[in-house]
Design a protein around this ligand. Structure first.
Ligand code: ADP
Length: 323
């Protein structure tokens, strides 16, 4: 392998497949870098690393990077489950934060009319969104992820009384808000597969769906219902996440499996669907979530699960972006 070939190889890992094959002519290396969805900090960091690596290839005196960013507007990823209580909101918040930490410009919408919990999870309970020209302005969170929640529009407990069109309109207000330079919206969907979910998907055309399930068979059957909703509406399934998979002992860290394990992975495989990863049932995840301190925001023991899932989602997005 020549020095240039081995650099091209390293480039794939360094840029997560975003760079074209580098060419060298007259001591000048040229390559294209797809920066779609990256924030400026991440873009500059990747460009600096490419320059440094490129200049270390013998014979290269200059590195020129053509940055391409086809802005395709706001892309939406929905996080869905067939039923409540499986950790859909916990995953949505942590996925949004982990994707932000990977350098994407991410926003979060809490569409869970039955139990909007994102304001608490994202430590932004005390904020109220303003409006400009009839559009809502998302509130900031301490994690660099702006957000809007059903809880911002209605008092706790009241949204449950909403039916069909009312809930649908409120959800559209959250999605059609003034998102600024946000390019990726993570939408924490209401659990289940009813009219609200169906009309949201038809109206806002998410680019993909992440399905959350626990390992129990019953939850998995529900998850399969969610899968079929997206299949019917031609929304690609990014993959399945197994939450509360194995109990992580807070004292010794040992993981035991009160509900069995591997069910979701097997179900994903049987349906030809990617498996995005598993998150253990851990008291710290609940405790931190309740305290508005999501594990993905720091480098503690449970962050890695969310980071791994977010990398798979990013890779999927990137593949989609190229189509
Ligand atoms: P959903 O959005 O599906 O209704 P939530 O994300 O609100 O579910 O989670 C339900 C409860 O379970 C919350 O109290 C949350 O903190 C807790 N929880 C979620 N995932 C985990 C986990 N992996 N370990 C421990 N507790 C969890």
């Amino acid at each position: 392998m020549t020095d240039l070939e081995s650099f091209a190889d390293r480039l794939k890992t360094l840029t997560n497949g975003r760079a074209s094959t580098p060419r060298v002519r007259g001591g000048v290396m040229t390559l294209a870098l797809d920066v779609a969805g990256l924030d400026s900090e991440k873009r500059d960091a990747i460009a600096a690393a490419i320059r440094e690596g490129g200049l270390s290839v013998p014979g290269v005196q200059d590195v020129r990077i053509a940055m391409t960013a086809e802005r395709k507007g706001l892309r939406i990823i929905v996080v869905a489950s067939g039923k409540g209580g499986v950790g859909k909101s916990t995953l949505s918040a942590n996925l949004a934060i982990a994707l932000k930490r990977l350098g994407l410009s991410v926003g979060l919408v809490d569409a869970d009319i039955y139990g909007p919990s994102q304001a608490k999870l994202m430590a932004s309970e005390d904020q109220k969104p303003q409006a400009r020209e009839k559009k809502l302005i998302p509130v900031a969170s301490p994690f660099g992820v702006p957000m809007l929640s059903m809880a911002h529009l209605v008092e706790p407990g009241k949204a449950l009384a909403w039916r069909g069109p009312m809930a649908g309109n409120a959800l559209s207000q959250l999605i059609d808000a003034e998102w600024g330079d946000v390019e990726l919206l993570i939408v924490d969907m209401p659990p289940g597969t009813g009219d609200v979910q169906l009309s949201m998907v038809q109206k806002h055309k998410p680019v993909g769906a992440v399905i959350v399930s626990t390992p129990q068979d019953l939850a998995l059957i529900d998850a399969m219902r969610a899968v079929s909703l997206f299949e019917q509406t031609q929304v690609p399934i990014i993959g399945l996440v197994e939450n509360m998979a194995g109990y992580s002992c807070p004292h010794c860290g040992e993981v035991s499996d009160p509900f069995g394990t591997g069910g979701a992975e097997a179900a994903a495989a049987a349906m030809g669907m990617p498996f995005l990863g598993r998150i253990p049932l851990a008291i710290d995840i609940r405790r931190q979530s309740d305290a508005g301190d999501p594990p993905a925001a720091a480098d503690g023991p449970h962050a890695e699960h969310f980071v791994a899932i977010s990398k798979r989602v990013e890779a999927w997005l990137h593949g989609t972006n190229r189509q």
